[in-house]
Design a protein around this ligand. Structure first.
Ligand code: PEP
Ligand code: MG
Length: 757
């Protein structure tokens, strides 16, 4: 009962503020009137607004009650005085005797010494502090909880005013507000290249523009209904059989449920509605307050829970606003740089490729699939960029530097210019690599190295001629499935493969059969949640259990390659018997096609990927069974080292060029020589000049990589004496006593022999 009576005041205030926001006033006048309104409504003698500048200083932008001359002159640093303390902690301060507080700092120009009580709240947006709003009274008093709530609600209106850029007009020349501050973040480079463009948030922030309500009861009802819907959907997810009884997935959902039933959360949102906000603005207010507090936590577990909480609030916002998703096509920038906490490969493929200039991930790892897809698209990628999503707004200018792993958000003009120059330089280097296109890939001592490229989409094909690759060593057929909204039919698959072969114009293409499952999600193919998807029902395992799917693909491949050579290989083979099983299916398809008078490929080359360590003990059987072997070093490394390729905490923990993995690879190369079976390698390591050099040293003569890597790798091998390297590298690999890391030896070798890396 009392809450409604007490909230009449704030409701009147918000109504007045709404009118003020709508009036055609200049920003200073509007701000002055706002503080006057707040002061009179809250029966305070003083009301002041401090705005955070990009140099970390809080500047007085408007006041009622303090000396007007102090406006734009009074300044406090972050953490300094009461106002600075509020900004730094993102927490309110409610004091009956402000001057007794240890952080109090006297600003003589304001004349504030006569005011004893003080109530200040941070002005927040998406958890970021934009400024501080303060009321003061002469008499010593404690402000009530509902007054604090009312002031926080009012601060949201001011946050909106700052975020729309209105205050820029009254910012002194040469100074900037914090919201537009230039920020540089050091992260990890996952794919080289420089991208200049504008931010697109992958999980877009829902901007609530309808802040103030006309009818609190109606809004309470809306909130109640949405919360009900949200709880049901979480319970529903939890009760699904595929959500196993324990594990991370369940833990996250349990956390969601806990938040969704949290009475404190619900109460705070209801209070905000009583104070005059719409249901969505109330959700946003409480989300922002909570986020601001949690962003200051250092415990990684609790920070992770913050993400969960944030996700939940976003779900609620989507329910309330009917928000559908992405930035619409009309607003999608021509030079988009996508920012995401984490992302699946299929989601990246949903974006219009010709407009993508870069990808930035807060998580991610070099060999995670989304990064591989981005590499295939030729866009720069930076990962492990902590906190970047919260700092950026859709449409902000941004530079992604995949070479140095840096991100420059809202860059200054000088930096922008420097990067434009860097982009020109890179283009010139690319030109030099292009000049190598027709140079034969032969080492200094006369060894020919077959350089092929990886692909998966039709748009990759022009790069075949441009890069000078001899063919496509890995064609990831699942990408076509991942971008489609329904399962591609036989004719579509056939048409697609035919087109690929046509564009390859006689150069060999190695099609890999469907490698879905794990993190390669195909929306229309519902698999069960798995505890360990990388070790689960994926690739060849799934294909053998769904023979219809595999047979359709085999038929499409056979028909597309009629009269030509068909080269295909199987992903994730664990036992040689799996290859037999596919061969049998293939035989059936061949019989079927010849029975109906279709012409068949002139030649069929049947290969297997070596990605599962169990094959190391079936090497001779494997080589006898297939026409060629292709090492999938991304998966082989993750399984050999028991280190998740998509988890940055462990994916770089062990050295790809360390003894164990190089010995494994050498055993494979030797088995190939012994059995006269061609062996190639198509994982990401083939595209790095240093690791490609190591591969040549241990006996590989064919590698497949992203098209952009062909130039740098070719330039390396032209200066390499392969035999000399082999002698030194093999001796080091056989030496059980030498503590010198192999990577160092390789770098040393390249330096001594002037090999460009
Ligand atoms: C690999 O595992 O090395 C590989 C080439 O396949 P993918 O990266 O598609 O799993
Ligand atoms: Mg693989």
């Amino acid at each position: 009962m009392p809450m409604r009576d007490l909230s009449a005041g704030p409701r009147v205030l918000l109504k007045r503020l709404r009118e003020l926001m709508a009036e055609p006033l200049d920003p200073q006048e509007r701000l002055d009137r706002i503080v006057r309104q707040i002061a009179s409504n809250m029966v305070a003698e003083v009301c002041s607004v401090y705005v955070l500048r990009s140099d970390g200083v809080l500047e007085l932008y408007a006041t009622e009650g303090l000396n007007k001359e102090a406006v734009h002159l009074s300044q406090l640093k972050m953490g300094q005085g009461l106002v600075g303390t509020i900004a730094a902690s993102a927490q309110p301060l409610n004091l009956s005797d402000a001057q007794a507080h240890p952080a109090f700092r006297y600003l003589p120009e304001t004349g504030e010494e006569i005011y004893h009580s003080f109530l200040g709240v941070p002005i927040l947006r998406a958890g970021r502090t934009l400024g501080v709003l303060v009321v003061q009274n002469k008499a010593s008093r404690n402000y009530r909880e509902d007054e604090l709530e009312a002031l926080e609600t009012t601060a949201m209106v001011i946050a909106e005013m700052i975020a729309t850029g209105e205050l820029k007009k009254i910012t002194r020349p040469g100074l900037e507000l914090d919201l537009t501050r230039a920020i540089t973040i050091q992260a990890d480079g996952y794919n080289e290249g420089i991208g200049l463009g504008h931010v697109v948030l992958h999980e877009p922030r829902i901007v609530v523009t309808n802040l103030l309500n006309d009818d609190a009861d109606k809004e309470l009802k809306r909130l109640g209904e949405s919360l009900g819907g949200l709880r049901i959907s979480i319970d529903d997810m939890l009760s699904r059989r595929e959500v196993s009884q324990e594990g991370e997935h369940r833990e996250v959902l349990e956390t969601y449920r806990m938040f969704a039933h949290d009475q404190g959360w619900v109460r705070r949102m209801e209070e905000a509605i009583h104070n005059g906000l719409t249901a969505e603005a109330a959700v946003e207010k409480v989300q922002s307050d909570t986020k601001a507090r949690m962003m200051r936590l250092t415990d990684p577990y609790l920070r992770e829970r913050m993400h969960d909480f944030d996700d939940l609030a976003n779900r609620l916002l989507r329910q309330l606003t009917g928000f559908k998703g992405r930035v619409g096509d009309e607003n999608f920038p021509m030079d988009a740089i996508i920012l995401a906490r984490a992302m699946g490969a299929a989601e990246l493929l949903d974006y219009p490729r010709e407009r993508l200039r870069g990808l930035i991930l807060e998580d991610g790892a070099v060999t995670s699939h989304v990064v591989i897809v981005a590499r295939a698209m030729g866009i720069p990628v930076v990962g492990q960029a902590a906190g970047v999503v919260a700092l950026a707004e859709n449409g902000d200018a941004i530079i992604v530097d995949g070479d140095d792993g840096q991100i420059h958000l809202r860059p200054m003009t000088d930096l922008q210019k420097a990067y434009e120059e860097k982009v020109r330089l890179r283009a010139r280097r690319q030109e030099q690599f292009k000049a190598l296109r027709s140079v034969e890939p032969i080492t200094k001592d006369g060894k020919r190295i077959d350089l092929q490229m990886n692909a998966g989409l039709l748009v990759d094909l022009p790069q075949l001629a441009e890069s000078g690759a001899s063919g496509i060593g890995l064609f990831r057929t699942e990408l076509q499935f991942m971008i489609a909204s329904t399962m591609p039919k036989l004719e579509e698959q056939e048409g697609f493969y035919r087109n690929v072969l046509k564009q390859a114009a006689g150069r060999p293409v190695t099609f890999r059969t469907l490698d879905i499952g794990g993190d390669k999600v195909v929306s229309y193919f519902r698999a069960q949640e798995e505890e360990n998807p990388a070790l689960g029902w994926r690739a060849i395992r799934l294909s053998l259990d769904r023979p219809g799917l595999l047979r359709t693909q085999l038929r499409a491949l056979l028909r597309a390659a009629a009269g030509a050579e068909l080269k295909m290989m199987l992903p994730m083979v664990t036992e040689v018997s799996e290859i037999h099983a596919v061969r049998e299916l293939m035989q059936k398809e061949v019989q079927h096609l010849s029975k109906f008078g279709h012409s068949l490929p002139r030649k069929l080359q049947f290969g297997a990927m070596l990605e599962v360590p169990a094959l190391m003990w079936q090497l001779d059987e494997l080589m006898a069974e297939v026409d060629f072997v292709s090492v999938g070093s991304n998966d082989l490394f993750q399984f050999a080292m028991a280190a998740d390729r998509g988890n940055a905490r462990v994916s770089d923990r062990f050295d790809l060029l360390g003894k164990p993995f190089l010995r494994i690879l050498r055993d494979i190369a030797r088995a190939g020589q012994r059995n006269n079976t061609p062996v190639t390698l198509c994982g990401e390591m083939a595209g790095k000049p240093l690791s490609a050099m190591a591969l040549i040293g241990i006996g590989f003569r064919a590698v497949s990589m992203a098209a952009t890597s062909i130039g740098p790798v070719k330039s390396m091998l032209l200066g390499l004496d392969a035999d000399q390297l082999a002698t030194e590298l093999n001796a080091a690999l056989d030496d059980v006593r030498s503590p010198v890391p192999i990577r160092e030896l390789l770098v040393q070798f390249a330096q001594t022999h002037n090999i460009p890396l």
